[in-house]
Design a protein around this ligand. Structure first.
Ligand SMILES: [Zn+2]
Length: 250
């Protein structure tokens, strides 16, 4: 079957998502490391088109994601919230449906002037101390937002931010400037460990992400969620066992 046909069909399948502001995540840590999901999470998808052997997803603000499917990649459209096993490369979550990319071996950002990225959190060689110093450059940011700032440390998205901070019992809400080096070290270290584990086992191992309104698996307090930062990505945290306070004004 000609690859171009498959791409045009994929572009058609994704049309229901065009015009919507999407929640985007990369459950697969390899895909997370591309930095694509955090750059388009919360943006409006303006167009999807097949161009040559690529699927181009155009988001507001001039951000373009290129998906080349090679032999194994597949785009599916599924009802929102469908339970699935495995680690898709990209999930584009709209109001009623989500576009899901499986085994997308090539996923890149086409935006010009992409800011220089921080260290790749999944890299074999990783300098944790240097990553802490770099994260300090975001001292005015809330911890949860800073961990997703790709210029500070690359590869951590919304889901892994929530899971890493839950695992070290720290809230996403304190400002980076108000937490100690030990906490920053633990937070980055936990994200790296959890993402590498997920890669090795094929399981995302979610404990807190998207569990708002349900009891914390560790202490039973009801998990909360709230938009955070300029991109207004949803932070999930347990006010019972994650220290550091809540959103501003509380
Ligand atoms: Zn808890």
């Amino acid at each position: 079957m000609p690859e171009g046909d498959a791409l045009h069909r994929a572009a058609r399948r994704l049309q229901p998502l065009v015009g919507q502001r999407l929640e985007v995540e990369s459950p697969n840590p390899r895909a997370q490391a591309t930095g694509v999901a955090p750059r388009v999470d919360g943006r409006v998808l303006e167009a999807v088109e097949a161009v040559g052997k690529n699927l181009l997803l155009r988001f507001e603000g001039g951000v373009v994601v290129r998906s080349h499917l090679r032999m194994n990649g597949r785009w599916r459209i599924e009802p929102r919230g469908k339970v699935r096993t495995g680690l898709p490369w990209l999930v584009l979550r709209g109001e009623t449906h989500e576009g899901v990319l499986w085994n997308g071996p090539v996923l890149t950002l086409e935006q010009r002037n992409v800011a220089r990225l921080g260290q790749d959190v999944l890299a074999e060689e990783f300098d944790l101390e240097a990553a802490v110093v770099r994260l300090r450059q975001g001292s005015d940011l809330r911890l949860g937002e800073a961990l997703q700032d790709q210029r500070l440390v690359a590869g951590i998205g919304n889901m892994w931010m929530a899971e890493a901070l839950w695992s070290i019992r720290t809230s996403p809400w304190p400002r980076v400037g108000d937490v100690g080096d030990g906490t920053l070290r633990d937070a980055i270290g936990a994200a790296r460990r959890l993402m590498r584990e997920a890669l090795a086992t094929g399981r995302p191992g979610r404990q807190v992400y998207r569990r708002a309104g349900r009891p914390c698996l560790r202490c039973g307090t009801i998990v909360r969620s709230r938009g955070q930062g300029d991109a207004n990505r949803t932070a999930y945290w347990c006010p019972g066992c994650q220290a550091g306070g809540g959103p501003p004004g509380e």
